[in-house]
Design a protein around this ligand. Sequence first.
Ligand code: HEM
Length: 453
Amino acid sequence: WVSPKAMDAIPGSLGWPLFGETFSFISDFSSPAGIYSFINKRQQRYGKVFKSYALGRFTVFVTGKEAAKILLTGKDGMVSLNLFYTGKQVLGPTSLLQQTGEAHKRLRRLIAEPLSVDGLKKYFQFINTLAIDTLNQWQERTILVLEEASTFTLKVIGNMIMSLEPTSDEQEKFRSNFKVISSSFSSLPLKIPGTAFYRGIKARDRMYAMLDTIISDRRNGKSFQKDFLESLIKKHSKEGSEADHYDDDKLTDKQLKDNILTLLVAGHDTTTAALTWLIKFLEENPTVLERLREEHIEIQSNRESGSSLTWQEVNNMPYTNKVINETLRKATILPWFSRKAAQDFEIDGYKIKKGWSLNLDVVSIHHDPVVFPNPQKFDPSRFDEPIRPFSFLGFGSGQRMCPGINLAKLEISIFIHHLVCKYKWRPLEKDDSVQPTLVRMPKNKYPVIVELL
Ligand code: HEM
């Protein structure tokens, strides 16, 4: 519990009794510019650090490189991740997102290997074939890029984690449960039948039951796959135990399930949004598209005719890499990073007290005209030179930097290779509105018509 009195020294308004600024927060969240308009108005009035009370939480918004450095690399135990109640309940207490200090480090080590560049090599062929098949179905059709990207990224992760075949019934069950879980995150925390939160918890239980069956089949030798789950079972799983703390380098089944769900939740919408924004930004910036296409056509023309993209090629796409970074800068898919102060400290001369919620506003950092001149312009050449520390946070930084960075870049690079080598597309409407969800995505799902080049 945080006393609003304690926040007296922080500029800003706590709004109306009981509701605070919740109504303007929600209405700005749904505006074309998304939540940034809420932040921007207050920054102009109060400065870089301001307080607010919305959605039942007293929060201090901060921004800038210094604040980012303190919050993202502050010594262990200074801050923890600040999930909403719904997220905590759905993901479970042993999720990576709810760990701090040593337990957090240990758990990250366990998941680092399968998500490393070497660990991902064995999934390359699957992702490549899936990208080609997905795009074949786009030909001469009108599609919603966001929906298609969502199906593609979910099939990739379903296969990586538990070898689900892209067209199987299991994949379909996995997909429908996951969708329900996802939408429960931004729901009201009412665990009564009929609510989105209740449905989310039920879908999570079904997903866990599915994982239990797969885990037991693997342990009984009924099936064997070389996937993420197998590597966790073989190397790390403490069979049967239900303890929910990390006492050594093994995972209980509960920890294993909580963290598989965590990877799905953290990795799915983000990669889907990134791929969709990238395709949108390319169409809006023909010179960038042309240059990107040159990189890919050259890769294609250097290989024997009839052969497909190789692992070596996908790891050598310098311009594509810059286009991905620029997409993450301009779109800023995670507009803020939430933290909770675990001790007292100072930011920009303001005293922050233990227990306070802090939101690091990343949109302002990504649109700082000193670091990124003409910030609204989509210009991948900004990444020709290394960017100053804490100025680009597309995948975060410090202890909680995204462990899925290699996977996300791999999926996007493969997909973009096949897209730009073979197809052109044009949007069916012009709308830059952003969906009112935690992960920023085009509100209209980006409808396009796709044709062969
Ligand atoms: C383009 C796609 C992606 C973007 C833009 C992205 C972005 C981020 C960012 C900014 C953070 C740090 C958040 C913070 O500090 O509060 C993060 C953390 C995280 N990401 Fe990603 N991510 C992407 C894909 C993935 C994928 C594919 C996975 C897993 C398969 C993944 C798993 C995670 C996890 C588990 C964390 C939490 C790490 C921790 O707390 O230690 N992400 N991501």
